[in-house]
Write a protein that binds this ligand. Structure first.
Ligand SMILES: [Zn+2]
Length: 116
């Protein structure tokens, strides 16, 4: 009976019923939760204090920092331009709203163009 998983283990403490790991090693509950009131990704533009076409600003992405940086890197590549991630917001240099809405939608985000 090597496969039997006790729910409790005296030396490891409480075990996760989902993965059978001690809770200290369990990743089940650690997936990034969607920020409240989000799920709507907005792709806007900011020109104030910026040169030329300004930057495309993507807000409301329900991603953890690491995934956000990874996505930003791919979006910059897609647009052939630079950009940054700041406080959970992706900034892409230049006006690439249409391309970015399309790209985000393709990746399964409910992306919507905003602003003028
Ligand atoms: Zn678990």
């Amino acid at each position: 009976m090597n496969n039997a998983r006790p729910v409790y283990s005296s030396d490891q403490g409480r075990l996760c019923p989902e993965c059978g790991r001690p809770q200290a090693q369990c990743q089940c509950g650690k997936k990034p939760a969607l920020p409240k009131g989000s799920g709507q990704v907005r792709v806007g533009r900011q020109t104030q204090g910026r040169k030329g076409k300004g930057v495309t600003v993507i807000t409301g992405l329900p991603l953890a920092e690491e995934a956000l940086l990874d996505l930003a890197r791919q979006l910059k590549q897609r647009c052939g331009t630079g950009g940054t991630v700041k406080d959970g917001v992706i900034e892409i240099q230049g006006d690439h709203r249409d391309a970015l809405v399309e790209e985000l939608t393709r990746r399964g985000f409910a992306a919507k163009r905003s602003g003028g």
